[in-house]
Design a protein around this ligand. Structure first.
Ligand code: 3HC
Length: 285
């Protein structure tokens, strides 16, 4: 199966990053979000990132223009009808995601099409069960910023056809130039199962007055060679996203390490979503 027509549902931080990766790989990409404002914001994010890629010498101006030309933005999910692969990248809300999978199931005509979720932590099987083709559903979890991070987690549910996961391994490697890993359909898969307790520990350290946010971050940057410290990284992931990942993981595992810290919950209530909203633990965005 040669995949050339792809779709992305959700033009937020991750959806726009994934759409950019697909467009840069020369694919025909349809990006859908629910209203004109969300679509315009997604288009703006992709354009800014492509421009940054040009200014960093990562792609030519011609490649940027070609990528932009291969993207179609829409508010209509029916435009996914002829897609061979659709990646859902809506917000981390199980009911919203299930509804999207049910809609994709009714619109996407090719029975061999693959339906993927970029969920950070939710059980893939629940989205698979919202469709009439659960064996064609799997997780494809990209990392932020998607155009820069090489990793994609490929998550098979208990009923995913192994050939679908193999196809996605080939696709992410050969077409997208990514470095995929396989993960089981468990809370947080591989990376967030390790990362989320770490970020939450850092936020609890801050909450409990162990050290300033600057010193916590400098500690991990300068002591462990991380490109950014955990407090800054929480802002980059998005505080609402991080909160919802924790809620979902804690609901399944009951592990206190997965319970969102109170400070995080209060900041989300205050509308402080991190870098994407201009204000989180830091406000220099
Ligand atoms: N297109 C192409 N390349 C780009 C680019 C773009 N739009 N933007 C940046 N780059 C390239 C740069 O050219 C540079 O490449 P080089 O090292 O070969 O020169 C590299 O990416 C780094 O970019 P910058 O110099 O602009 O910025 P920094 O060096 O400050 O790095 C960062 C920024 C890449 C965000 C880095 O700080 C980093 O990797 N941070 C950690 C991010 C992380 O951990 N992400 C995972 C989050 S967890 C997640 O997403 C899962 C979810 O479920 C929670």
């Amino acid at each position: 199966m040669t995949i050339t027509r792809v779709g992305v549902v959700g033009a937020g931080l991750m959806g726009s990053g994934i759409a950019e990766v697909l467009a840069r790989a020369g694919l025909d990409v349809v990006v859908r979000d629910i209203n004109d404002e969300a679509v315009a914001a997604g288009r703006g994010r992709i354009t800014a990132s492509l421009d940054k890629g040009v200014s960093r010498g990562k792609l030519t101006a011609e490649a940027r223009d070609a990528a932009l030309a291969s993207l179609t933005f829409t508010t209509e999910i029916a435009r996914m009808a002829d897609r061979q692969l659709v990646i859902e990248a809506a917000s981390e809300n199980e009911d919203i995601k299930k509804a999207i999978f049910a809609e994709l199931d009714s619109y996407v005509t090719d029975p061999d099409a693959i339906l993927a979720s970029n969920t950070s932590s939710m059980p893939i099987i629940r989205f698979a069960q919202a469709t009439s083709r659960p064996d064609r559903v799997l997780g494809l979890h990209f990392f932020n910023p998607a155009p820069v991070q090489p990793l994609v987690e490929i998550i098979s549910s208990v009923v995913t056809d192994p050939a679908v996961a193999d196809t996605m391994e080939q696709f992410t490697t050969q077409v997208l130039g990514k470095s995929p890993i396989r993960a089981d359909d468990r809370p947080g898969f591989v990376v967030n199962a390790l990362l989320v307790p770490y970020l939450f520990s850092a936020i609890r350290m801050l909450e409990n007055g162990y050290a300033s946010k600057e010193d916590i971050d400098a500690g991990m940057r300068n002591g462990c060679a991380h490109p950014m410290g955990p407090i800054r990284l929480s802002d980059v992931v998005g505080l609402d996203t991080l909160y919802f990942i924790g809620v979902s993981m804690f609901e399944e595992t009951g592990d206190p390490a997965h319970k969102p810290p109170l400070l995080l919950s209060r900041m989300v209530d205050a509308g402080m979503m991190g870098k994407k909203s201009g204000r989180g633990f830091y406000d220099d965005y």
